[in-house]
Design a protein around this ligand. Sequence first.
Ligand code: SF4
Length: 300
Amino acid sequence: MNYISLSDYLKQKYNTKVYKLSLTSGCTCPNRDGTISRGGCIFCSEGGSGDFASTASSLDEQLIEAKALVDRKISSKIPVSERKYIAYFQSYTNTYGNQEYLKNIFAEVLSHPEIVGLSIGTRPDCLEDEMIHFLGKLNQNKEVWVELGLQTIHESTATLINRGYTLEVFADAYRRLTAAGLKVVVHVILGLPGETDEDILSTVRYLSELSPTLFGIKLQLLHILRGTALAELYEAKPFHVYTLEEYCEIVGKCLKLLSPNTIVHRLTGDGPKKLLIAPLWSGNKKVVMNTMRKYIAELQ
Ligand code: SF4
């Protein structure tokens, strides 16, 4: 079965492999600082769902550190001076803070010639029109993606996971972002407590109906991480977590529903191993990815 992965999209567009630099904007999250709640989404770890970001202080230092991290991870023949990158602000809510400061760092990071695009992880209830307008302008020169953690369309699950906003809020932000020409990437978690496969598929069906405007989707396996409210829930009342075989099957069904124009940014998530409680098989990334790719390749 064919689908467009993020690396295919980037390779086609930039004619080379493009690497992500995980950066920190310094923002917190209204779902953790008490504005909406103090608990946060129940699956969110201390790192604000971005446990791999650079911790250096200035943007320049962060860029140096993040590039060095990429360099240690990859075995590439492309000289460092010729590499291209997407700047990725992943942790917490990266449009929640001083708007002028945030605009400056977004514009500054895109002023680096080797950085071809910007990806901003945020919440749909933290997107002021002015920020959207500003990002829309940046997007005219280099691509800007806005990543929204929807996770599910079902309000009962959204309440259980303490997401803190309704589907209507998501739909409104999505409409404003796409009207400004921005590329939206939506995150969906597969395996949330209480959700059936049909619940997950109706979330993906809802998103597929947004096409042709839906730029990208991230499918993420539910990870139960130490120190989260989800871990407490799981320990108090264990619920079924996917086996690798079951996960391959549900991902295959999701991919079949998506428009071929939607770029699949992820087939599964990447929780920090030291915090992982379940499912433990997900800690072996190589085996997981090989199994999934083989399963999907054989799908009709
Ligand atoms: S919105 Fe993001 S950073 Fe905030 S609690 Fe939820 S997952 Fe964590």
